[in-house]
Structures are given as C-alpha cells and as structure tokens.
Design a protein around this ligand. Structure first.
Ligand SMILES: [Zn+2]
Ligand SMILES: [Zn+2]
Length: 212
C-alpha cells in the first residue's frame, strides 16, 4: 500500500500545475468580477440568490451528463472536425492515468459557459440572476474536476471521494456506456444508464486494482 502511494505521489509531481489550475483561476476571477459588479447594482434577494445558485448547481449535472454522453463519447471522424473534448476524452479512456490535460481546458469549456450565461440572461432577463445561476454551474464544474482527479490521481479516502471514485471507475473499467454522471447519479437514473448488469455486479468490487 505504501509503495503504491509513493508511486502515485511521484507521478503527481510531474503534473503541469499551470495547465491544471488555469481554468480554476480564470473562472474564479471572472466570477469575482461579476459579483463585485452586482454589489454596485440591484441584486436579487438572498432567498432568490440561493435558489438561483441551487438551480445552476442542478443544471451542472445535466450539462455534465449531456456533454459526456453525447459529445465526449462520439465516435470521432478520422479526418476533419471533431467536437472539442471528444478526442481528449477518448484518450483519457485509453489511459486514465495520463498526466496531460488533466482538467478541461478553457477552449473547451468557454464556448459552453458563454452560451449558458447568455441563455440564463435571456431567460431571467437579468445579468445579476444569470451570474448566480452561473455561479452554481461553476461550483458543479469545480466539483467535477475534483472528483475526476480523485478518481484517477487522488489519495482522499473520505466517504464522498470513495463513493464517487468507485462510481466513476465503473464507467472507465466496467462499461463506458453506463455511469456518465461524475458529480451525481441523478441523471444516470433519469436517462437509464445507472443500472449495471446483474450477472457482473460482483466483478466491480475489484475496480481499484486497475488504478494502482
Ligand atoms: Zn475519468
Ligand atoms: Zn467517459
């Protein structure tokens, strides 16, 4: 067990920290600027703000599921244009321990975030409300990055990390057409990709071995 941890820590030292943290830095600064601007304008009430953030957080689960299932797992074209993230994610499946591109890069997430923010603004009619919804979305996105990192490279043994690590590794090592959710099982339940085949249920217990 000790030698496994040593190997993992040594491997993690090779991670490109700037590439890893750049998206977090960018969205944190962007959100801080938006919230400072809200302080100088007419802000929603506290209950409304909490409800908007909760709605944004819930919407992250849907965004995560839809993008993961129908964009990242598309069969790529041999030549020509492929959707952002498609090839990167398939490489992640080929080798989940790869140290390149550990986090979703800005060129992949920014188009989605811009469309999402503008849509939230158009629906709510207020950029302040859109900012709170967007804050919920980004909180879900950051949680996603944390859990994906924990699943493949992290050492946390908290019940939360263990539950989602096992959940995500079922997607990787058992069947890539189930368990598309990373931060929540909700949309796997709703879209019918939660259940594993009964006959193979026992085999899933050994999943951690594939990640050592
Ligand atoms: Zn993964
Ligand atoms: Zn996948």
């Amino acid at each position: 067990m000790g030698s496994t941890k040593q190997t993992r820590l040594e491997r993690n030292r090779q991670i490109n920290r700037w590439q890893l943290w750049r998206p977090f830095l960018f969205y944190t600064v962007a959100l801080c600027c938006l919230h400072v601007a809200i302080l100088n304008s007419v802000a929603p009430s506290l209950p409304a703000a909490v409800a908007l953030v909760a709605g944004g957080l819930l919407s992250w689960g849907l965004v995560e599921y839809v993008v993961h299932r129908w964009v990242l797992h598309r069969v790529p074209r041999a030549v020509g244009f492929n959707l952002p993230g498609n090839l990167t994610h398939l490489k992640h499946h080929e080798n989940p321990l790869r140290l390149e591109r550990l986090t979703v890069q800005l060129n992949e997430s920014l188009p989605i975030c811009l469309v999402y923010f503008l849509l939230a603004w158009a629906i709510s009619g207020s950029w302040q409300s859109a900012t709170y919804v967007f804050t919920g979305l980004i909180a879900g996105y950051f949680f996603y990055e944390y859990l994906d990192f924990q699943a493949h490279h992290g050492t946390s043994q908290s019940p939360l990390a263990r539950y989602f690590r096992r959940y995500h590794l079922l997607h990787h090592h058992y069947d890539a057409s189930v368990r598309y959710g990373v931060t929540s099982p909700l949309f796997d339940y709703l879209f019918g990709t939660f259940e594993l085949e009964q006959k193979n249920r026992r085999a899933t217990v050994q999943l951690r071995k594939g990640e050592s």
